[in-house]
Design a protein. Sequence first.
Length: 555
Amino acid sequence: MSHPEWSSTHYGISRPVRCPHQFLPLCCPQLSVHEVEDNPSGHILVMKGAPERILDRCSTIMIHGQEQTLDENWSEAFQSAYMELGGLGERVLGFCHLNLPASQFPRGFTFDCDDANFPTEQLCFLGLISMIDPPRAAVPDAVGKCRSAGIKDMSAEYLDDLLRNHTEIVFARTSPQQKLIIVEGCQRQGAIVAVTGDGVNDSPALKKADIGVAMGIAGSDVSKQAADMILLDDNFASIVTGVEEGRLIFDNLKKSIAYTLTSNIPEISPFLLFIIASVPLPLGTVTILCIDLGTDMVPAISLAYEAAESDIMKRQPRNPATDKLVNERLISMAYGQIGSSPPLRRTTPLLLHVNQRDRPRVGEAVAMINIAVVETLKCGRPSEIPASPLQPVQMLRSLQLRTIDLQNGFIPKTLVGIRVNWDDRDVNDLEDTYGQQWTYEQRKIIEFTCHTSFFASIVVVQWADLIICKTRRNSLFQQGMKNRILIFGLFVETALAAFLSYCPGMDVALRMYPLKFMWWFCAFPYSLLIFIYDEVRKFILRRSPGGWVEQESYY
């Protein structure tokens, strides 16, 4: 576009180039010198660049094919046209030329492009050209996602907002050093800065930024070397896709770690009880290995395949100083809120009743109740000793949850401090609460059966732990059960636990003994309790973002 009175001069594109694409300072105008056969002067210098910089180098203006003095009136006309085109959001370039006198620059003259031996001032202004460079179709949606994710893009709208509120903040035609200063300033404010660029002058900012993104198609080799990543399709929407994918990977790593940590407290608590209370060991080393290297493996890996939550691009950027992969809140959630209740519900007391041939029934024993439900064993003498008929045992309820029927000989107070005699091979007449005597081999069968029961209860509760780890904020009903790998992990976890419990020979190989089918259901109320607790917690997170619950439990 040009002023109505301005005229254009056409130069053929096939003119021999004597000094190609020389860049000058002051916002880098670009010039070239061409040899023109039908021009008496022999050479013509043409230049393009920022309109105001081009105008500063001109002393005349081309009007209807005639050069006229560039006076104040034409300067005002230039400013008016320039502002009109710039206000449309179009990219504007200025053009000028100069016919080099043949007396000073004859044909065959050697032009020095590095140290200009030709005039670059007193040129003739030709006019303005504006170009529309519309964003790609995917850019508006990508920019919308960036804004919802708390990412600020330096778009024209954002600059307008800055100009309305801060009249002295303008970034325009910045030099490489100025771009670097902008990056450093943002970093001082605690921002994670991403810079995109394709030219050599973008390299310092690309290098300094936390994330430097170079253009793979239009980018220079220098910019690609300075950048952290290369955008293969030069599409801004691909950057947003990368941000979303990065957040998904970070989320899923947190979920997998949280799930893995929830079983640590239930595994260590039996040893603490074993040491402090001097009771028979409730959970063996082999069964712990079966959990860590067996039942928990596939479920933990399956969380890596979990789909993104619906709010993943609506969250504010995380604080890298405090919101790390494993932070205090994740430890509190895994060890405190979720991990602290399993030891209470999984403690398997050695409350056993012996039924011996020709020995009258001794009595009934009741379950040891922790916070809600305590899992216990219902175990008889070794198979070589015939059992007498059993009568039903007393049913107790605590906190409206069912306990397990017991017929045994050891009550909790009897087990405390019994560890030394329990593990003594020479003691073959250890008496229970009701005076029944137990040999070393019989006691060990009972102990290993308790290990299996504890192992089974951990597996059952890990079902709920896996399901609640699918999401960090959204409800399970929003997320759904679309992760087929996770469903497969639940099946593998259960099948492996059943195989280890009931496969013949496991009593010799791993010291794991079969369980009554009903004993598997003892931990189900706690699994349901964990699920309900976590759904309520996430509901409060969504209803009161930034509140106390989020500050204490959102990992």
